[in-house]
Design a binder for this molecule. Sequence first.
Ligand code: GDP
Ligand code: MG
Length: 297
Amino acid sequence: MSFKSGFISIVGRPNVGKSTLLNNITGEKIAIMSDKPQTTRNTIKAVITGDEHQIVFIDTPGIHKPKNKLGDFMVNIAVETLNEVDVVLFLVEAQNLKPGPGDLFIVEQLKNVKSKVFLVINKIDLIDKSQLLPLISAYKDLMNFEALIPISALKDEKQDPLISEILKVLPEGPKYFPEDMMTDQPEKLIAAELIREKILHLVSDEVPHGVGVEVISFKQRDDKDIINIQANIYCEKDTHKGILIGKGGSMLKRIGSLSRTEIENLLGIQVFLELWVKVKPDWRNSEQMLKVLGYRK
Ligand code: GDP
Ligand code: MG
């Protein structure tokens, strides 16, 4: 039997019900997580695992009309991120009689996205069924949606029709996370912090202050009880990179083995840790890097 897995992101104006939908799909457990504003680029919000599938919901930066260059930049990042998922759920509100300016702006961005886009019309409990058709046809005129699903994230018991539409287009893929893992966010962040802590201990002088750690991949292997973790260590200068790597890679090895031991203790599972050192001059002043590393202003 083939296993299907993939990444889904939920976009839409504020207040359309994105968090409510996520909670509805995953159950209560995730509620606290999703209430926390996350600015990390590929923050994984929730994972649901069945016998034959695993669906990973990820967070993307909000899409809204940019007010300046930085805003432009963030919208571009958001749209790029949307290209990396399998399905984008575009959430809109049923009680609007037609797409509003905020929705239209998002549609314009979604037209450039290569991933499959589902239109999810939420809050249908608030409207008369007859209202739905004109709204659907207004959206259909705007772009070609892969699927069109009316829901009530608040009142529906489950989201079976939505999930089954997702499963129709989900590719074959591995089980990225252990089935009991609802979100990898805390583990992933803690792993990054543990690595940074080891660097603070092992490396002296001004180097550590310019160091940021990003866990870029955190996956359980299909065949074994091992979690593969890949992380980038960012520093500001070539000389710092040299120090962090050490003679013949000796320093990076020490950082790696101490970090690995601690992460294994934390997760209670064997860890295979890969580290890379990268130079990003002045990253502490880079909006993008701060976000990548999960720092918020
Ligand atoms: P987000 O900003 O997109 O994450 O929106 P939230 O999930 O925080 O929801 C915003 C508001 O809409 C909350 O008060 C929800 O209770 C409400 N809401 C969400 N989904 C529905 C729905 O299907 N029906 C109704 N009546 N209200 C909903
Ligand atoms: Mg929300």
